[in-house]
Write a protein that binds this ligand. Structure first.
Ligand code: NOJ
Length: 500
């Protein structure tokens, strides 16, 4: 074994000092993996070429909310409304990544990450939601992409991570079918401008979250309690209106896939990044596994299932009844346009299930009141979601390229007196999730990469800055970045491409 990380390693707080430490440890990890036999029972390898990356989103890190002709987004409006965000915080400055992206790319490199999933702020490109485009907005992403590539990090871009241009909201937002068309046009423009350097585009991030939490408010069962979460624009639509918003969101995805194919460089790949609803078999025997697989298809009917099958399930339409979405003849064909890959955000099991003799063939088992959870109000612990979610995406829809587009946890991180951040709970969480992911890849599930949420602490929507998800601690007063204990854990795993 090589030299383990020492406490002293973490005390170097300047970027330059930190990069030196990380580079030294990077080398020692590579040497260790070279001297260990891959057959050693304690080494659990990931497939060759597995992509390790981290993820962020524009509104959560960029700041510069009104700079370089950017238009306001629904999140600017929402966060500026008193009482919406914990402590009335907002992301006007956030991580100031807009000005510090070069330093942040250095930090990513030091983490051993080979890929970076970031989002493009639609209102930077189209301040009014539709043309004319703002060249200064595009310049920023050109600079970021070039910087990433210079440092050997592959850019993976998400086109919509919830920051709808306010100008479009003023015209009805996602309730207006024109928003789907505007999104398709914007997606085509981005593919035209960036697909010479970006090979993978995610259309929309977490349909389920921004539609349901943004347009009605979502209630979730967590350890015997019900937790409600609201996102911008904070509407309370009727079930019929909500189903229509859902339909416009998946239609926007389909239009974007077609536009990327039409305007992007040949071979540019695209797909969704969905927070798939994950029913986990409480007992792993064939009948319960089959029941959970069936539940996965039905519980994702409004999003992944319609995108990957090109039709709404009868069960979904019957349950909606008179509130079912209004669909035109071509819509389903557009929505079901084949994608190149499927991205899924995996944090927790949505529900446990067991097989049942009664329709629909599965029974939902609520979380026990004492079920363990992580810091965020919604975050029950259940690492096996990381095995079952990609496995069912593969078995149900024959996806050949799957990415875990997000996984991570918030923790009560503080800088210790010695200047370090001992996030033992995050390391525990990640180790357990990655153990399940390794199990999936070892079973032949084609997961090609993993993006950890998040590269650094950032603005966690309605929870403000209190819920820290980063591998890197951020002091939001000084903008000083400090790698946490979990940064070392991530680097070890990504450099070795293996656990243990
Ligand atoms: C889902 C979202 O995509 C991301 O924006 C959020 O910060 C994380 N999960 C954690 O809640």
């Amino acid at each position: 074994m090589g030299t383990p990380f020492t406490r002293r390693d973490f005390v170097k707080l300047t970027t330059a000092g930190m990069l030196g430490v990380l580079a030294a440890n990077h080398a020692s990890a590579a040497q260790r993996s070279a001297t260990r036999s891959p057959q050693s029972p304690s080494v659990r390898p990931f497939p060759k070429g597995f992509l390790w990356g981290t993820a962020t989103a524009a509104y959560q890190i960029e700041g510069a909310w009104a700079e370089d002709a950017k238009g306001p987004s629904i999140w600017d409006t929402y966060a500026h409304t008193p009482g919406k965000i914990k402590n009335n915080e907002n992301a006007d400055v956030a991580n100031d990544h807009y000005h510090r992206y070069q330093e942040d790319v250095q930090l990513m490199k030091a983490l051993g990450a080979k890929a970076y999933r970031f989002s493009i702020a639609w209102p930077r490109i189209y301040p009014e939601g539709t043309g004319p485009a703002n060249p200064k907005g595009l310049d920023f992403y050109n600079r970021l992409v070039d910087e990433l590539l210079t440092h050997g990090i592959q850019p993976y871009a998400t086109l919509y991570h919830w920051d709808l241009p306010q100008a479009l909201q003023d015209k009805g937002g996602w309730q207006n079918r024109d928003t789907a068309k505007a999104f398709g046009d914007y997606a085509g423009y981005m593919a035209e401008k960036l697909s010479d350097r970006i090979t993978h585009f995610f259309t929309i991030n977490e349909f389920h979250s921004f539609v349901d939490m943004g347009h009605r408010g979502l209630e979730m069962a967590v350890g015997g309690k019900t937790v409600s979460i609201e996102l911008a624009p904070g509407m309370k639509l009727s079930p019929a209106e909500l189903n229509q918003v859902r339909h416009h969101a998946v239609l926007a995805h389909g239009l974007a896939v077609n536009a990327i194919r039409a305007k992007g460089k040949k071979g540019t790949k695209c797909g969704p990044a969905e927070n798939i609803t994950i029913p986990v078999p409480l007992i792993e025997s064939p009948e319960h596994i089959q029941a959970a697989e069936r539940a996965t298809r039905e519980m994702n009917a409004g999003y992944l299932t319609v995108m990957l099958e090109g039709q709404y399930l009868d069960a979904y339409l019957n349950a909606a009844g008179k509130d079912a979405p209004k669909v035109t003849a071509d819509d389903l064909k557009i929505i079901g346009t084949p994608v190149d890959f499927v991205g899924i955000n995996v944090y927790r099991p949505s529900i446990y299930v067991l097989a049942s003799d009664n329709a629909p063939g599965y029974r939902e088992i609520p979380f026990n009141a004492s079920h363990p959870k992580m810091l965020s109000s919604w975050h029950v612990l259940g690492p096996e979601a990381m095995y079952w979610a990609p496995r069912f995406v593969h078995s149900l829809w024959k996806a050949k390229e799957i990415y875990i587009t997000e996984n991570g946890c918030a923790a009560d991180d503080t800088l210790a007196e010695d200047g370090q951040v001992y996030d033992t709970d995050r390391v525990m969480f990640l180790r357990n999730c990655l153990t399940q992911l390794q199990r999936a890849t070892a079973d032949g599930v084609p997961v090609r990469g993993y993006f950890l949420w998040s590269m650094m602490d950032n603005f966690e929507w309605s929870a403000g800055y209190g819920n820290r998800f980063g591998l890197i601690y951020v002091d939001f007063k000084t903008q000083k970045r400090t790698p946490k204990l979990s940064a070392s854990f991530f680097r070890e795993v990504s450099v070795r491409n293996a656990l243990a």
